[in-house]
Ligand binder design. Structure first.
Ligand code: GDP
Ligand code: MG
Length: 441
């Protein structure tokens, strides 16, 4: 886990002016943070160059809080470059069939995204049909048919033998028009592991014959640095209209968003945040900027949490954090709440300050060790849970025995908790700006 922006700010600690020199030092670290977030090298470099210009321009205006000022510039610039926000798929009226074409490398998530898009379209009152135009992999047609079955969306498919993708797409459009009630046609095209001419020719043919209203590039956020090359190639061949960035539920720090936007210039429309069909969300540059900078994505968490969290319990926990009373009980109930959201690591990264907390937990795997943590904490008395300081050697031994672990495990938990406690009470309830300030001070 990267230190991200914290390191960059450390360099500015105690400085009173933004000078060319200290900007350069700090932006070197910002650039490093960007590279660690998988932003392509050239993109990171031109980004920091731009920020330098902007920051120096502002130094006369405001020479107090240089770290805050610089982070402000970096943050705004990231948002600026990943925007503007345009979620629209520019659909025509329902009396005609709007064609949307998805393209991208193999495994990037095209077929899954076809299903997810269909679902979103249906929820907004449209009637989509999907076309199985990936004739390369026999399983691809079956995969799309299965999705169609789950969603109750018609799928046009044909025998791939001796057939061509452009032919399947053309027939798909005919079928959609003939059906009478279809207003959107989504083409699921083939991908390759690497960009190759045959694939590009096939896609160009479809583009030329069907004239899709939207050509969307589906890009796996985990591919990081390579995203630039594939985005460039697809954009040159097809003139993309938008990007869908997938697999942002994984470890990806989101740098691909900046890179892909930089090379294609087209808006990022949606992000995929899971394998399930409801895991497609509108793209928000501010959230992505926070993620790239390692600041945690509070709003996404709050939104997702609303559905699943026990609101009262969480509010009580937050209140305690705010009062600086983050006890082992709070720790345990917070962990339990988070667990409802899915794999712990992913969730924890989204909470401000928790990126650091995950680090403070060292090599402890939050998922695997959850049971053990729970066991240890439950072997403590209520008094011990609220006042971990009283846990001396003999108490440690008793707790270890009670929970069937080694006294060293109890030690480790207390140490990890101590690190997290400091961070949590400092960060809880703060706005992003306040958090930035807190990191600096
Ligand atoms: P295609 O080859 O481009 O059609 O890719 P698929 O749609 O078949 O997806 C490849 C794999 O990525 C499948 O296992 C999907 O479930 C998975 N996948 C697609 N989108 C996402 C996403 O947003 N998050 C996660 N975790 N997995 C995804
Ligand atoms: Mg596919």
């Amino acid at each position: 886990i990267t230190q991200g922006l914290t390191g960059a700010l450390d360099a500015l600690r105690g400085q009173t002016k933004l000078t060319e020199k200290n900007i350069a030092d700090s932006l070197g670290q910002v650039r490093q943070a960007l590279l660690e977030a998988d932003v392509a090298y050239d993109v990171a470099k031109s980004f920091t160059d731009r920020v330098t210009e902007n920051a120096i321009g502002r130094k006369v205006l405001n020479s107090i809080n240089p770290g805050q000022q610089l982070v402000g510039v970096v943050y705004e610039e990231l948002i600026h470059l990943m925007g503007p926000v345009d979620h629209s798929l520019h659909l025509a009226g329902k009396d005609e069939v709007t064609v949307i074409m998805l393209c991208g490398l193999q495994g990037s998530g095209k077929t899954t995204t076809c299903g997810k898009l269909s679902r979103i379209l249906m929820n907004s009152g449209r009637r989509p049909m999907m076309v199985a135009a990936d004739l390369q992999r026999p399983a691809a047609i079956e995969q799309l048919k299965t999705l169609g079955g789950q969603l109750d969306v018609p799928v046009h498919f044909e025998d791939p033998q001796g057939n061509s993708a452009v032919n399947v797409c053309r027939n798909g459009l005919k079928a959609a028009k003939a059906a009478g009630n279809i207003d959107t046609l989504i083409l699921d095209t083939a991908g390759r592991l690497h960009i190759d001419d045959d694939l590009m020719k096939e896609l160009e043919q479809i583009d030329n014959r069907l004239h899709p209203k939207q050509v969307l590039f589906v890009c796996d956020a985990m591919t990081g640095q390579d995203a630039v090359n594939s985005a460039k190639a697809f954009n040159e061949a097809l003139e993309l209209d938008g990007v869908i960035l997938t697999k942002l539920d994984g470890d990806a720090r989101g740098g691909a968003a900046l890179s892909v936007k930089h090379v294609t210039g087209v808006p990022i429309k949606y992000v995929g945040v899971g394998e399930q069909l409801d895991k497609l969300q509108e793209f928000h540059p501010d959230r992505m900027a926070e993620r790239i900078l390692g600041m945690g994505d509070m709003r996404s968490l709050v939104e997702e949490a609303q559905a699943k969290f026990d609101q009262e319990e969480m509010e009580a926990a937050e209140e305690k954090m705010r009062e600086g009373k983050f006890t082992l009980d709070t720790f345990l109930s917070t962990m339990k709440q988070m667990k409802k959201l899915g794999p712990m690591g992913e969730v924890m990264k989204m909470i401000p300050g928790m990126g650091g907390a995950v680090e403070a937990m060292g090599d402890m795997n939050p998922d695997d060790d959850m049971k053990q943590i729970e066991g240890i904490i439950q072997s403590m008395t209520p008094h011990e849970r609220s006042n971990p300081d009283v846990i001396d050697i003999s108490r440690r031994r008793r707790i270890a025995k009670g929970s069937g672990v080694d006294p060293a495990d109890v030690n480790k938990l207390l140490k990890d908790f101590g690190g997290m406690q400091g961070m949590m009470s400092k960060m809880a309830g703060m706005s992003i700006r306040e958090r930035m300030r807190a990191v600096k001070e």
